[in-house]
Design a protein around this ligand. Structure first.
Ligand code: NAD
Length: 521
C-alpha cells in the first residue's frame, strides 16, 4: 500500500469524525446505534507516533453518557437474545465479509494511530477476522448436552444461554485484533456489549463498529464509550454488566479482575509477558535466526507474544553475531512507508522508558551489542518515537531488563548449558504467555512442551498465537480469570449453563406424596 492510498482511504472513512463541531476531528461515542458527539469537557489527543500530529481527539465520556451506553445495551438484550441463533450468525457472517472487504482501510487507520507497518496492521486485522469467522459457527459452538432416560420418562439437557450485558477493555498494541477477540463472539452468543477501546488508538474500533452496524447489528447491541481509568472503574462497578474481558498491562489487569470479581462479575484478564525463545544448537541456524529477528523486533517489540528474551543453549550462543547482522538490516521508519520493517513505539514516554531499561541493562553488566537508541530515520519523521533494534547479551535473570516487560524492540540474550537449565530459567520467570523452542530433536521438543509452564508453546515457530478453534491460553502472571479468550472457553465465558430435568409421562397415575429428597434411577 502506498502512502497516497493510505491517505485516500483515511479520507473516505473518517465520517464518524466531526468536521463542523468546535472540536475538529473528534471521535464519537456509539450509543444505541448512533455515533454521537460527547458533551465531555475532557478530551485526549490521539497522535500519530511517527510524526506527533494529532489525528483525532477522544472524549473522556461523562457518567451520563456511560450510563446511556449501558442502558442501551440492557434495553437491546431481550430482543437480541430472542433473535434466532441462525439470524445472529447471518449478521456475523455479513460482518466477516465487510471486514475482509475493508481490511486495507482498517489497516491504514491502525498504522496512522498505532504506528505499526501496513502489512503488520493487515495481520492485526486478519487475526481478528479469524475469530469473527469462527463466531459465524455460533450455533454449533453453543450446543448443550443431553442425556435421555436418567429415570423412566425423565431426560436431562442443558443450554448455554447468554449472560446479558458484557464489556471489553482493550490495549493499544492490537487495535483491531483484540476488540475482535471480544464483541463478535459475545454478541454472536446473544449478549449485548459495551466496548472501551484504548484511548490511544480508538479509530480501528470505531470503524469496525461502523462495519458491524452496516452488517445488521441492531441498535444497542454494540455500544462504545471512551476514556481511561474512570471509564474502566465504571465498567467494573456498573451492576448491569455481567462479564468483563480485559487485555493489557499487569497493573490494570489485576485491578480490573479484583474490582470486577468483587462486584460479582466474570472477568478474563490477559496481561503482560516476557516470552522466551530457547535456541538449541541442533536447530536450523538460518531459519531460527530469521524467526527470532522477526519475532523480537516486528511491531517494534510491542506484541504480547513478541520473543523478548532468547536463551541460547550451548554452542548456539556463537550465532549471536549473525543475529546482530540480521537486526542491523531492518529499516526503521514510519509504518506507512513501503520499505518499513519497524515503525515507531506508541509514545514519547514509551520511548523514554525503553531507553532507560536498556541503560539499566548496561549499568548492571549486560553488553549492548546493538544499540537502537540513536536510530536514524528520514527527516520528515524526526519527531517520531523511534527506537531501533537493540540486543543485550550476557543478561542474567536478576537484571531489571530481564525482570521487567520492556515492550520495545529490545532482545535480551541469556545462556544455558543444557535444555534442563533453560526450562528451569523460563519456569522461574513470573510470566507465562508464550515461548518457542528451536530444535531438530523431537525428543527435546517433546520434553520442552511437556515441562514448560507457559500457556502457548511454539516448536520451530515464533509467536504461536492459537487459531480460534483453540483458545489463547496465557498462564501464571500473564492471565487471571475464569475462562480464556475465544475457542470453547471463549463461548463458556460469554454464556451460562441452564440444566433442565423433564418428566413427560403418558399416563395420569398418582405416585403419591414423598417428602424424601427425590432420587432418579
Ligand atoms: P494498559 O494496561 O496501559 O491499557 C489497557 C487498557 O486499560 C486501556 O484501555 C486503558 O485505558 C486501561 N487502563 C490503563 N491503566 C489503567 C488503570 N490504572 N486503571 C484502569 N484502567 C487502566 O496496556 P497497554 O499499554 O495499552 O498495552 C500493553 C500491555 O498489554 C502490555 O503489557 C502487553 O503485554 C499487554 N498485552 C497482553 C496481551 C495478552 O493477550 N496477554 C495482548 C496484548 C497486549
Amino acid at each position: 500500500l502506498s502512502a497516497k492510498l493510505v491517505s485516500n482511504n483515511l479520507k473516505n472513512i473518517r465520517f464518524f469524525h466531526s468536521t463542523s463541531a468546535s472540536l475538529a476531528n473528534t471521535t464519537k461515542l456509539l450509543i444505541n446505534g448512533k455515533f454521537v458527539e460527547s458533551k465531555s469537557k475532557e478530551w485526549l489527543d490521539v497522535t500519530n507516533p511517527a510524526t506527533q500530529e494529532v489525528v483525532t481527539k477522544v472524549p473522556v465520556a461523562t457518567l451520563e453518557e456511560m450510563n446511556a451506553a449501558v442502558a442501551a445495551a440492557q434495553a437491546a438484550f431481550p430482543a437480541w437474545r430472542d433473535t434466532s441463533v441462525s439470524n445472529r450468525a447471518r449478521i456475523i457472517s455479513n460482518y466477516r465479509a465487510l471486514i475482509q472487504k475493508n481490511m486495507d482501510k482498517v489497516a491504514a487507520i491502525i498504522t496512522q494511530e498505532q504506528g505499526k507497518t501496513l502489512p503488520d496492521a493487515k495481520g492485526d486485522v486478519f487475526r481478528g477476522l479469524e475469530v469473527v469467522e469462527h463466531a459465524c459457527n455460533v450455533a454449533s459452538l453453543m450446543m448443550g448436552e443431553t442425556v435421555e432416560n436418567v429415570s423412566k420418562n425423565v431426560d436431562i439437557y442443558s443450554y448455554n444461554q447468554p449472560l446479558g450485558v458484557c464489556a471489553g477493555i482493550t490495549p493499544f498494541n492490537f487495535p483491531a485484533m483484540i476488540p475482535l477477540w471480544m464483541f463478535p463472539l459475545a454478541i454472536a452468543c446473544g449478549n449485548t456489549y459495551v466496548l472501551k477501546p484504548s484511548e490511544r488508538v480508538p479509530g480501528a474500533s470505531m470503524y469496525l463498529a461502523e462495519l458491524a452496524i452496516e452488517a445488521g447489528v441492531p441498535a444497542g447491541v454494540l455500544n462504545i464509550i471512551h476514556g481511561a481509568k474512570d471509564a474502566v472503574n465504571f465498567i467494573c462497578d456498573d451492576p448491569a454488566i455481567r462479564a468483563i474481558s480485559f487485555v493489557g498491562g499487569e497493573a490494570a489487569g489485576k485491578h480490573i479482575h479484583d474490582r470486577g470479581t468483587k462486584n460479582g462479575k466474570r472477568v478474563q484478564s490477559n496481561m503482560a509477558a516476557k516470552n522466551h525463545a530457547t535456541i538449541m544448537p541442533d536447530a536450523s541456524k538460518d531459519r531460527t535466526l530469521d524467526a527470532l529477528t522477526g519475532a523480537a523486533f516486528g511491531a517494534s517489540g510491542q506484541r504480547c507474544m513478541a520473543l523478548s528474551a532468547a536463551v541460547f543453549v550451548g554452542e548456539s550462543q556463537n550465532w549471536i553475531p549473525e543475529l546482530v547482522e540480521r537486526a542491523k538490516k531492518l529499516k526503521v521508519t514510519c509504518g506507512a512507508q513501503p520499505d518499513s520493517d519497524l515503525g515507531p513505539v506508541i509514545s514519547p514516554a514509551a520511548k523514554e522508558r525503553i531507553h532507560a531499561l536498556i541503560q539499566t541493562g548496561i549499568d548492571e553488566g549486560a553488553k549492548c551489542v546493538l544499540d537502537g537508541r540513536n536510530v536514524q530515520v528520514p527527516e520528515q519523521f524526526k519527531k517520531g518515537n523511534f527506537v531501533g533494534p537493540t540486543i543485550l547479551t550476557e543478561v542474567t535473570p536478576n537484571m531489571k531488563c530481564y525482570t521487567e516487560e520492556i515492550f520495545g524492540p529490545v532482545l535480551v540474550c541469556l545462556k544455558a548449558d543444557t535444555l534442563d537449565e533453560a526450562i528451569k530459567l523460563i519456569n522461574n520467570n513470573p510470566y507465562g504467555n508464550g515461548t518457542a523452542i528451536f530444535t531438530s530433536s523431537g525428543a527435546a521438543a517433546r520434553k520442552y512442551q511437556h515441562e514448560i509452564d507457559v500457556g502457548q508453546v511454539g516448536i520451530n515457530l515464533p509467536i504461536p498465537v492459537p487459531l480460534p478453534f483453540f483458545s489463547f491460553t496465557g498462564s501464571r502472571r500473564s492471565f487471571v480469570g475464569s475462562n480464556h479468550f475465544y475457542g470453547k472457553t471463549g463461548v463458556q465465558f460469554y454464556t451460562q449453563i441452564k440444566t433442565i430435568t423433564s418428566n413427560w409421562r403418558d399416563d395420569d397415575i398418582s405416585t403419591g406424596v414423598s417428602t424424601h429428597m427425590p432420587i432418579l434411577g
